[in-house]
Design a protein around this ligand. Sequence first.
Ligand code: PBG
Length: 327
Amino acid sequence: MAIAAPLTHRLRRNRQTEAIRSLVQETRLYPSDLIHPFFLLEGFEKEPIASMPGVDRLPLPLLLRQAEHLHAQGIPAIALFPAIDKALKTERGDEAWNSDGLIPQAIRSIKRELPSLCIIADVALDPYTSHGHDGIASPKGEILNDETLECLCRMALTLAEAGADFVAPSDMMDGRVGSIRKALDSAGFTKTGILSYSVKYASSLYAPFRDALRSRLAFGDKKTYQMNPANRREALLEAHLDEGEGADILMVKPATLYLDVIAKLREESHKPIAAYHVSGEYAMVMAAHQKGYLNAEKVFHETLLSIKRAGADMIFTYAGPIVLPLL
Ligand code: PBG
C-alpha cells in the first residue's frame, strides 16, 4: 500500500543538482556588490585591531596595495575612516576640514593611482573630536544640531575638493543632507554624490569600530541622534526626508539585525539602498570562527546574501577578502 498520496508539487525537484539549483537561484552575491571600509593611519607601520581579526589600521602605501588587489578582484568601491592622532583631536574636530589632513591626502593619492576605484568618504566629526561625539557639544554635553551642520558642510567640501566620488554623512544630524547638497552645489561640486547613512541605529555593534578609530565617548551615548533600535516607521521617515533633501543612495546600518527595515525601505523607495554590515557583525563571527564553532567564510557568504535578499543593492563589509574566493 502506498504510504503517501501522489504528489503534484515536489519542490525538491528544483533542488536536485547544482545546475538546477543555480537556474532557480533568486539572489546572487557579486564582488561588485561590496564596498570595503579601510582604517587609515599616519606613518608606515600597520597596526592590528584586536577586536577585528584580519583587519588592520593601514598606512597609505599598504592601503593602496590592498585597495588595488581588491579592485582587481571586482570590488568597485572603498570607504575611508581615519585613525587620528590624539594630539589632533579638538572639541570642535577642526582637523575634519583640514585639506592637508590624512583623508584628503589619501583621496588624492588613491585617485591618482587607482582612478577607476570609487571613493566614499565619511562625513562625521567623531574621529576628530576629543569627546568622540559626531557633533559639536554644548558645555552641558548636548550635541548641537545646527552648529554641527556648518562643520559637516566644511568637511564635505574638503572631501569633495580632494576628489571623493561620494560623501557619506554618518552623523545623524537633522537636515544634514540638504545642507551638504546645497554647499556642494554652490561650490560647483554638482557631480559629487551623497550616500546618506539615513537609518543609523544607536547600536552596540559599533564597539570594534570605535576601537579601530581610537574614538572613545568622553560622556553620554549617541542616543540623542542615532535611532532607537525599536523603531521602524521612524526609519522610513528618516529615509524619506533624506530622499527629499537630495540623497543619491540611502543606507541602513547595522544590517543583519535590521533586515526587516531594509526590506520595508526597498518597498517604499526607488533609490539605491546600501546596508552596512558593521564591525560588531564581523567581530562576532570571527571570534566564533577562531574558536572553531563555525566557518567564517560560509557564514559571511550566507549573511551577505541575506542582506541582498532583503533588498540591499550594495553592502559595506569588512568580510570582502574572506568571501571573495567563494564568488
Ligand atoms: C561614525 C561611524 C560609526 C560607524 C561608521 N561611522 C560609529 C558610530 O557611529 O559610533 C560604525 C561602523 C562599524 O561599526 O563598522 N560616525
